[in-house]
Design a protein around this ligand. Structure first.
Ligand code: ATP
Length: 236
């Protein structure tokens, strides 16, 4: 059933062995909105994103995406999310296009070849379609990872530091792709270490520290100076 929330996280906990990494997280993101997740290294951002993407299991608590419960409806959820991680999840020995077609088949994408070609063009990789992933530069691989993540037209984007390690062109491209996704009514959650981009690219800001939500604010009513001050207060 459709719901107004893109992401709904309730009482989420996760430990690795005896070490608690996420402690009772509650978060809600309305559909069509963008959430930035900030926090020091090790705060739990990647773990939270991986649980949302269905790549890691919650210890306890519930996670719903577009009203679908990850405990029971993971396959349906996967169809609705696009995930861009640090690690690109592409096959090194397959070509760019083969990777996209393989993924398209896995996700039942209609007219996958046309869609793949259009997306490769969008990310400036159309001339590399026949090259193997392993010969590409890191920035080029990241562009292919974006094309892959968008191939099945996901409603929700989950992005782990989409702005890290990119040159100016790469950053402009990412900013444009995010804006296009929002213009289509899509929702997104992204992590970043850059407070300025967190503010510019989001509707809601969340700071995690030691696995807890320690700060949350609307981006529209927050200045960069105030965010910087709050960040210094809550992140050691
Ligand atoms: P970064 O900004 O460096 O990506 P993060 O906020 O994303 O940091 P996580 O990667 O979620 O943090 O890690 C949170 C904590 O969980 C860290 O202390 C990390 O060492 C630990 N951790 C993460 N993955 C595992 C794992 N597979 N096994 C054991 N511990 C892990």
């Amino acid at each position: 059933a459709p719901t107004a929330l893109a992401i709904e996280i309730s009482n989420l906990k996760k430990s690795y062995g005896l070490k608690p990494v996420l402690r009772n997280i509650q978060l809600a993101l309305p559909q069509g909105q963008r959430m930035a997740l900030l926090g020091a290294n090790g705060a739990g951002k990647t773990t939270l994103l991986r649980i949302l993407a269905g790549l890691s299991k919650a210890g306890s608590g519930t996670v719903c995406l577009n009203g679908l419960d990850s405990r029971y409806e993971l396959q349906e959820i996967r169809q609705q999310i696009g995930f861009v991680a640090h690690q690109p999840y592409l096959y090194e020995e397959l070509t760019v296009l083969e990777n996209l077609l393989f993924f398209g088949q896995l996700y039942g994408v209609k007219q996958a070849r046309e869609r793949a070609n259009a997306l490769l063009q969008r990310v400036g990789m159309e001339r590399r379609a026949k090259e193997r992933i392993r010969v590409l530069s890191r920035g080029q691989v990241q562009r292919v990872a974006w094309a892959r993540a968008l191939l099945h037209s996901p409603q929700i984007l989950l992005l782990d530091e989409p702005d890290t390690g990119l040159d100016q062109d790469g950053n402009d491209l990412v900013a444009a792709l995010l804006a296009e996704h929002s213009a289509r009514g899509g929702s997104m959650l992204f992590t970043t270490h850059n407070l300025e981009r967190a503010l510019a690219w989001s509707d809601q800001l969340v700071i995690l520290a030691s696995g807890r939500v320690v700060y949350q604010h609307d981006a529209a009513t927050l200045s960069l100076e105030e965010l910087q001050q709050r960040y210094r207060e809550v992140v050691k």
